[in-house]
Design a protein. Sequence first.
Length: 87
Amino acid sequence: MKGDRVEVVIDAGGSTRTYEIEATRAGRRVEVSNGRGVVEVTETTRGGTAVRTARFMSGRVLALVEHPASRAGLDDDEPVTPLRRTA
């Protein structure tokens, strides 16, 4: 969905680098796959065609954070009940 994004923090030998991959148009989504020592983040179309791909060595990935697109609340949405009460 447009607005979905994935943030990847990489160890760059003494410092860190941050990369952001975002679904830039309506109907596109961001997919994350992990295999054979490589983390791959791909922006794909509705049909599954890859538009943009970023690959990282999994040994260098410090953090991978998925940020879903915000959506407006609907009239029939139920209120969220917290699992723990905070003081």
